[in-house]
Design a protein around this ligand. Structure first.
Ligand SMILES: [Fe+2]
Ligand SMILES: [Fe+2]
Length: 292
């Protein structure tokens, strides 16, 4: 599968955005994996690709506190495009990963498979809708943003880096690592201040959260906003920045995570057959057009 629109064709270390998520699955394998074939296990047990390492080298070097503020100012005006949710999903689908053509799913297929897996488990409809929307923020790539400013595990900026973040050694290249204000345990934050006051590295989570924050229940908004915050929801890092409400809501972020990581299936969902169900669900929660 090949497509000219891959986000940052000039200097993109990843073959496509899916490569980051494949690496997350490698780091956090499906607990049911032992029931799967030896070959599948071997794939996940493989060491990370050089491309993933290079991706994090750039991500950890460039995602400074000032960079995050600048991107928020630039993109949270939400005045680039108005589109219906389904059209935005189809627009995102023009972003095609360049990896293995046999197993690679498009972005729309990943959204549908995540939502369908949540629906099959009988969860509330807002949870299904959250699954459908969770990666829509990747449209940032179609606005010309490089991969390292769209995907990757997120982490707080403005305070010391946790060694629970993947490839922490690359933070030594980040100018913030030489700013004493940002390199104490709390940095610019207060103990237990709550994650809403904490700036995470910029990417598709915060962006889609801001796009739909007025329309979904808070549990779903936490899933959108923090699903890539693996140091927090999988590694337990930065608990001292969280308040009790964050801890309660993170149960939902953890409930969502397996649907994101382990619902991938080579059989493409039938988007035509599924569309009426999802259009009706979208219409119940969201305005006719999203402001991107
Ligand atoms: Fe995501
Ligand atoms: Fe995802």
């Amino acid at each position: 599968m090949s497509n000219e629109i891959t986000g940052d064709p000039a200097g993109a270390p990843l073959r496509g955005l899916n490569e980051w998520e494949e690496d997350v699955v490698r780091r956090y394998p499906d607990p049911d994996l032992k029931h799967k074939s030896r070959e599948e296990f071997r794939n996940y047990a493989e060491p990370p690709r050089a491309t993933v390492r290079e991706f994090y080298r750039i991500n950890h070097t460039e995602q400074t506190f000032d960079f995050v503020q600048a991107r928020k100012k630039q993109f949270l005006t939400l005045d680039r495009r108005k589109m219906s949710t389904w059209d935005a999903m189809e627009y995102l689908d023009t972003l095609v990963d360049d990896s293995d053509p046999d197993t690679d799913l498009s972005q729309l297929q990943h959204l549908l498979q995540t939502a369908e897996a949540i629906r099959a488990d009988g969860h509330p409809d807002w949870f299904v809708l959250t699954g459908l929307l969770h990666d829509l923020g990747k449209v940032l790539c179609l606005f010309g943003e490089p991969q390292w400013a769209v995907v990757g595990d997120t982490f707080p900026v403005g305070c010391a880096y946790s060694d629970k973040i993947v490839y922490p050694e690359y933070f030594q290249n980040n100018p913030d690592s030489r700013n004493p204000l940002y390199q104490t345990r709390l940095g610019i934050y207060e103990e237990g201040c709550g994650l809403d006051k904490v700036h995470l590295s910029w990417g598709h989570d915060e962006y889609i959260y801001q796009v739909v924050k007025d329309y979904l229940p808070e549990e779903g908004l936490y899933m959108l906003r923090y699903h890539s915050f693996y140091p927090g929801h999988r590694e337990g890092a930065y608990d001292y920045l969280m308040n009790d409400h964050d801890r309660e809501m993170f149960e939902w972020v953890r409930k969502f995570n397996p649907y994101d990581l382990y619902s991938k299936n080579p059989v493409a969902p039938d988007r035509v057959a599924l569309r009426p169900y999802y259009e009706e669900l979208i219409a119940r929660y969201l305005p006719a057009e999203l402001c991107l």
